[in-house]
Design a protein around this ligand. Structure first.
Ligand SMILES: [Zn+2]
Length: 215
C-alpha cells in the first residue's frame, strides 16, 4: 500500500492568469457587483468600496478557475513501469476549498482518494490536481465526490477508485440552520472497492486511523 499524506497542500497546480479587467465581460461582472453592493444597502461609490468590484471579479476568477481545466489532461500521462505494483494507492488530507452552487458560499474540508492500479499509475500530484479542478467550480459535495471518482476511473481505468470527502458548508454553518460544527461526509466507490469487502474495509480503516494520528 502506498500512502501519501498531504497535510499542507498549496494549490500550485493551475496556471493563474490575471483576468483582463478591461474586457467587456469583466466590466459587466463588475457592474453586477456594484448592483449587489447597492442591494445590501451600501454605497458602491464610497471610498472603501471603489475597488471592491475589481477585487471580487479577480477573486471569482481564482475561485472558479477549474472551469478552464480539463481533468482528462491532468490524467493523460500514465506510467506502466510500476514493478508489478497492484496494491492500493491512497492520498489523504487533500484540501478542498470549493463553493456550493446553491448559495455561492464556501465549503471547505478534506478529500481522501484511493485507487488500485491495473497495470498503470498516474503521478500523485495529478490526483490532487483532479481534486482541485473539480473543487474550483460551483459544486454540491455529492457531485464533487462522484466527479473525482468517475474521472479517475474513466481515464486511468484502475481496478477500483474510492473517494471520501469531509467538509463544512458555510451555507449551513453561518446561515439557515446555523450548525457551525456540522460536518458532511460523502463517498463514492467503484470497482473492487464496491465488490470486495476486505478492500473497502482496508480503505476505511486507513482513513479512520489517519484521523486519529492527525489529532
Ligand atoms: Zn449552500
Amino acid at each position: 500500500m502506498l500512502s501519501v499524506n498531504t497535510p499542507h497542500p498549496a494549490y500550485p497546480f493551475l496556471p493563474m492568469r490575471e483576468p483582463d479587467i478591461n474586457s467587456p465581460e469583466c466590466r459587466k461582472a463588475m457592474d453586477h457587483v456594484r448592483s449587489l453592493l447597492s442591494f445590501i444597502g451600501e454605497d458602491p461609490n464610497r471610498e472603501g468600496l471603489l475597488d471592491t468590484p475589481k477585487r471580487v471579479v479577480k477573486a471569482m476568477h481564482e475561485h472558479f478557475r477549474g472551469y478552464n481545466m480539463d481533468p482528462a489532461e491532468a490524467l493523460a500521462r500514465t506510467f506502466s513501469e510500476v514493478e508489478g505494483y497492484d496494491q492500493m494507492v491512497l492520498l489523504t488530507d487533500l484540501d478542498i476549498q470549493s463553493h456550493c452552487e446553491h448559495h455561492m458560499v464556501p465549503f471547505v474540508g478534506k478529500a481522501h482518494v484511493a485507487y488500485i492500479p491495473d497495470g498503470k499509475v498516474v503521478g500523485l500530484s495529478k490526483l490532487a490536481k483532479v481534486v482541485e479542478i473539480f473543487s474550483k467550480r460551483l459544486q454540491v459535495q455529492e457531485k464533487l465526490t462522484a466527479q473525482i471518482a468517475q474521472a479517475i476511473q474513466e481515464h486511468l481505468n484502475p481496478l477500483g477508485v474510492a473517494v471520501v470527502i469531509e467538509c463544512r458548508h458555510f451555507c449551513m454553518c453561518y446561515r439557515g440552520v446555523h450548525q457551525p460544527r456540522a460536518w458532511t461526509t460523502t463517498s463514492k466507490l467503484t470497482g473492487i472497492f464496491l465488490k470486495n469487502m476486505a478492500t473497502r474495509e482496508e480503505f476505511l480503516r486507513l482513513i479512520a486511523s489517519r484521523g486519529r494520528s492527525n489529532d
